[in-house]
Design a binder for this molecule. Structure first.
Ligand code: SAM
Length: 244
């Protein structure tokens, strides 16, 4: 007999909702979500789905009203408690739009707690569109099973970051540093990566002078900015985060 295919998994749709979830509560969906469930997923009254609000874990809900443009759910029971997210932030110099979108999506999947766009001397990105990035992170969280969304901060300068970051700053320095896998230690941390053109020598000196900065190397090749950010985060999760 052929084996039951493991893919695609028989999973319920998952949605982030802006409501405080608890047993029996009714949730009115916004037009986009109603359209997604009704017209894209072809779900109607009585269908089950999973919902999360970013704080209370994950809940099983059922469509209790399905109109052409409106839909309401009734929450039935909690399926998961909120998970613990490692206290690691990613401070990254924004790059071009497509690559920044990709970075935000993948960092959310990898388990980042907070993303901080950092404007450096060589940052050439267009304006950072926070609402767009937050909606990309929300979709990634829906897809990967997170019950908490990452925070995405307003852009700040490198000087502000160094002042505010009261935690280990793992500075991805293409000029060299301790190998990332041995440098990363559990505990509050921020990974700092530069723009396409790299940090200037002045910036590198200022970062290295910070008492909580630990320069790290991501190997002998020069990685693209978004690759460096995600590679560093993956290594962090493997040796000091929640993959171990
Ligand atoms: N300065 C470089 C140049 O133009 O030749 C390139 C900078 S690199 C594209 C962008 C950022 O990724 C760097 O500022 C650094 O934070 C990080 N990065 C890339 N490769 C790295 C490596 N091998 N080790 C540590 N960090 C790296």
């Amino acid at each position: 007999m052929p084996a039951t295919p493991a893919w695609p998994p028989k999973s319920l749709p998952r949605l982030f909702v802006r409501a405080q979830l608890r047993d029996g509560v009714r949730v009115d969906l916004d037009a986009d979500q109603a359209n997604y469930l009704g017209n894209v997923m072809r779900l109607g009254e009585g269908a089950e789905l999973l919902v999360f609000d970013g704080t209370s874990g994950e809940w099983l809900a059922r469509i209790s009203e399905a109109g052409k443009k409106r839909m309401a759910l009734t929450v039935e029971q909690r399926t998961r408690e909120p998970e613990a997210i490692p206290d690691v932030w990613l401070a990254f110099a924004p790059v071009k739009r497509t690559q920044t979108d990709w970075l935000v999506e993948k960092a959310t999947e990898l388990g980042i707690a907070k993303l901080i766009p950092v404007i450096t001397q060589r940052t050439i990105a267009e304006r950072v569109k926070l609402e767009r990035l937050r909606s990309i992170a929300t979709e990634a969280a829906e897809q990967c099973g997170r019950t908490r969304l990452p925070t995405i901060d307003e852009p700040i300068s490198l000087a502000q970051l160094l002042k505010q970051a009261d935690r280990a700053i793992y500075f991805a320095d293409e000029g060299g540093g301790e190998p990332a896998a041995s440098a990363f230690k559990p505990g509050p941390a921020v990974i700092l990566t530069g723009p396409e053109g790299g940090f200037t020598d002045d910036e590198r000196a200022v970062i290295r002078a910070a008492p909580n900065a630990i320069p790290v190397s991501l190997g002998p090749r020069i990685l693209r900015a978004e690759t460096a950010a995600l590679a560093a985060l993956a290594v962090y999760m493997a040796v000091a985060g929640d993959w171990c």
